[in-house]
Every structure is written in C-alpha cells, then in structure tokens.
Design a protein around this ligand. Sequence first.
Ligand code: ADP
Ligand code: MG
Ligand code: MG
Length: 255
Amino acid sequence: MSTLEIKNLHASVETPEGTKQILKGVDLTINSGETHAIMGPNGSGKSTLAYSLAGHPKYEITEGSVTLDGEDVLAMSVDERAKAGMFLAMQYPVEVPGVSVSNFLRTAKTAIDGEAPRLRTWVKDVKKSMDDLRMDSSFAERNVNEGFSGGEKKRHEILQMELLAPKIAVLDETDSGLDVDALRIVSEGVNRVKDNTGLGIMLITHYTRILKYIQPDFVHVFVNGQIAEQGGREARRPPRGRGLRPLPGFRVRNP
Ligand code: ADP
Ligand code: MG
Ligand code: MG
C-alpha cells in the first residue's frame, strides 16, 4: 500500500514577462488502487502539476510538499522519483534518437530495479504486454517515439507503465488524439495494470470520454491552479458536474 500526498503545492515558471504563478495550493492524496481523474479547462495548470511531480526543471516549487510513503519527492532527482515508484507519462513525450523501444525498456527496468531483469521472463513479459496492447513485435525495434503516431506513443506509455510496475502513475492526456479503438485498447491496458498491481493513478484529462473506459474513484476539477470541485464515483456520470462538491471559496460552475 502506497500513498502519494500533495500538500499546498505552489509552482511557478519564468516567462519573458516575469515569474508566473501557476499552481496556487494543490492538495491531493492518492492511495494504491485509487484512480483520480483531474479535469478542468485548458490552461488551468493540469500539466504543470504533472511536470512538477516529474521534477521538470522549468517549474519551480515555491511552496508545499509532495511525499511518497513519507519520502520527500521534491528532494529527489528525476531518476530517484522513478526508482521510488513514480511513473510520469507526459502530454508531449520526447524522442530518444537511436535507442530502440526494446533497449529503452530494459535499460529503464534495470535502472529502476537496480539489477537487470532475468532475460527469459523479461522477453515473455514484454511480448505479453505488447500483444495485449495489440502492438506488432516489430515495434520493439523502432526508435523511441521516432515517427510514432499519436496512438503508438500512448500504447508505448502504457507498455512502459506495465513493465516498470510503478506504485503511482501520472497520465497526462493519455486520451488525446486517439480514435475510439485505440482509446479502448489503451484504457484496457490501464485497467489491466491497475487490477494486476493495485497501482494508484492520476488521470489528467481534458475530455470526459476516457472516463467511460477508465472509471475514476474520485474526480477533481482544476480551475486556475487549484482544485475547485471534488466528487466521488457519481461525478463521472452525466449530466456533467453532478455529484461534484465545490471546495470552500469556489462556486459550482454547472449547478
Ligand atoms: P493545462 O494542462 O491545464 O492545459 P498548463 O499547466 O499547460 O495547463 O498551463 C497552465 C498555465 O501556465 C497556462 O496559462 C500556460 O500558458 C502557463 N504555462 C505552463 N507552462 C509554461 C511555460 N513553460 N512557460 C510559460 N507559461 C507556461
Ligand atoms: Mg493544455
Ligand atoms: Mg495540459
């Protein structure tokens, strides 16, 4: 059982116009086995939350804390965060020139576990996961994210997530740019990992359609760098906003 605890998180970014405060006090706790959907309008700071958790150097944490099972995540390097069990799939994944998917996965797994995976089981695990995600075996020899379609990038993210077996995963717009078939395959992958490993998930999304396939236990609505509304399972059902409770100082947008 793991717990990611975000308390009063503030983050800013340097822009040509000066320092811009983006996160303005985020409180959120994610336990193993829980799926938390983060919704909210474009520009409300959802990706900034993901980048802040990932340790992206552009985002400065100016106040607040993040702990994973009591350990200070903000004091960790990006590698240490992964080793501690955080998985962060970014909205705009980067290309890794000249490194095949297969090598990338094995290197990441070795770094995270502190030892190389046993070859026989590893090859079997990779194949199983790729089959489940309906990925052709030739995919393993392609270079990471080079010329990947939107759907391939997302499947590759879920493949990584399944093989690296994190405690907490942050998925930023895993649904964007996917057709219905790809959305279903990717969602099934997330659900499979969740069921098999008891992963805790922060599912950041701009749209509600993925919530038909991945059922969140909690819904949080982001507005202007803070969580403005929260709800349980009932909040994911239409009419949109039903079951969401405004936090003190906020009003419900869709009463
Ligand atoms: P969301 O993911 O909810 O669409 P973002 O976190 O991407 O929101 O952005 C929140 C706000 O912060 C936006 O106004 C955006 O323009 C600004 N912002 C985010 N990252 C940067 C950056 N690196 N430089 C300048 N402004 C940024
Ligand atoms: Mg955006
Ligand atoms: Mg975003």
